[in-house]
Write a protein that binds this ligand. Sequence first.
Ligand code: B12
Ligand code: SF4
Length: 474
Amino acid sequence: MNILFVNPNYNGMEYISQGIAYLSSRVKKDGHNTALLDFTFSRSLLDDKLIKQAIDFSPDIICISSTSSLFNSSLKIAAHLKKMIQVPVLLGGPQTTVAPENSISKDCIDIICIGEGEESLAAYANNPERTDIPGLWFKQGNAIIRNAAAPLFTNLDALPMPDFEIFDLDKYIRSRNFIIDIITSRGCPYSCTYCINQTYGKIYGPKWHKIRKNSVHYIISFIKSLKHKYPIIKTFDFKDDCFATDVAWLKEFSEVYPKEVGLPYIIHMRPELASEERCKLLNDSGCIAVKMGIESGSETIRKKILNRHMSNKDIINAFNNVKKAGMNTFSFNMIALPHEKPRDILKTLTLNRQIQPGLFSCNIFQPFEGTSIRTQCINDGLLEPTQETQNNIHTKSILKQKQLPQIIIRFFYIFSGLIVFFPKQPIKSFLWVIRTSTEFLHPILRKLLPKNIKSYLWKLLIYSSQLKSNKKSL
Ligand code: B12
Ligand code: SF4
């Protein structure tokens, strides 16, 4: 069967979709052909060149991978492709997992996938007549066949190595300053109220919260093959929800990685896990930067609204440990959280000011479907149940909160970097304000300017921060 994947990440961030990479390698293992329409570098959802590629491939099925932010783009592409290629459209990814009913209700979608899709897609490709495939929902006339999710596979090493060749990898690597992303695990032991891991927990039960990890051997073999094929790669970016949970794994990795790979890498971790021992293992093996979520500087909001139980002291210690070990830090934050007051936002910015992370991001909170925080927003009268969540993280809050008017949110959004970095890091704070101010002007600027000024400023901020760390040799 010819399987056409679509990455609707139109004009988006240049990160590899690990989901598509794993799905493609899994179906190739069973002898199917795959191709990808990747909108990441495209400036139009109706890109003629890409559409021609799709027709030339003559697919038997169109497989779109979508987050909630990309749902509208996915629908536009699906509707357009359907006019030209009369084959079923299968939509999968976080969007269908968190909002299956809404997703299957759209005319241009024929099948959806709930949860992890490797085995479901392989089963469909091997027998497209079946409608009892675990993990897939099918439209049949006016009826919908809703099959339960496929059982969670526990041995990640049993999956063939992800198919990165399906992407224009050279372009991805160059566009991100020679960094490439990889994932070594699935699942997260925590259950923050705004995160998809809660939904996965409901679908798969407690098994989901027990992290499944690839063996060190599997990961090193994959990285070595990538490094061999693409010697331009300078840094690996591990996109795991929580990279360093398993100390035994980390010890083994930190022995093998420097000898066998020897390139700098970046990870994401919970602040509670940033012990001196873990930080040393990470730093000694080549980790140059650790990204951690602070999310809110108010302990009450963190505990009661976000289900994050670390104290401010834990967070400060975590950032100190990472810095002391010699690595750069990156903090993630959200503003305009439910019931947040201006003084809570100030607490978030003040905590970051105290910590002085190498880089920080501060986005406007969005209540994604399927999360318990969204249900709470609806129950508390802050949100209409029918209100869809799109990607407004840089523009506005969709919550109705009298104590936090949009103008205040915009003020904090624009000046957050200034509050955090000035005067200690004046250039960074200045660049931040330009970047956040242009987010609002982005739609206008995009029409006026030949290039995307926002993305250049953002890259300048990130790379100026990473350059410092990249100097460190292993
Ligand atoms: C890496 C990552 C990113 C990267 C790359 C995204 C990408 N292309 O995958 C970057 C940095 C770009 C990113 C950005 C954002 N992200 Co992000 N990101 C992740 C993260 C941490 C890992 C994704 C991953 O690689 N997973 C592993 C792979 C194997 O799983 P997968 O992609 O889900 O694919 C599996 C299934 O979904 C399914 N599947 C997927 N597609 C398809 C298609 C078909 C046809 C089938 C059958 C099955 C199927 O099968 C796959 C294999 O099992 C996830 C959290 C998570 N644990 O998933 C958040 C996550 C996807 N991100 C999220 C969010 C909110 C964002 C942002 C809005 C945040 C922001 N501040 O801008 C942006 C939006 C970006 C966008 N264009 O949509 C949310 C999405 C929630 C939602 N309802 O959509 C997640 C789930 C995190 C969370 N807290 O809940 N993100
Ligand atoms: S720690 Fe991160 S990945 Fe885990 S549940 Fe919380 S937000 Fe999600």
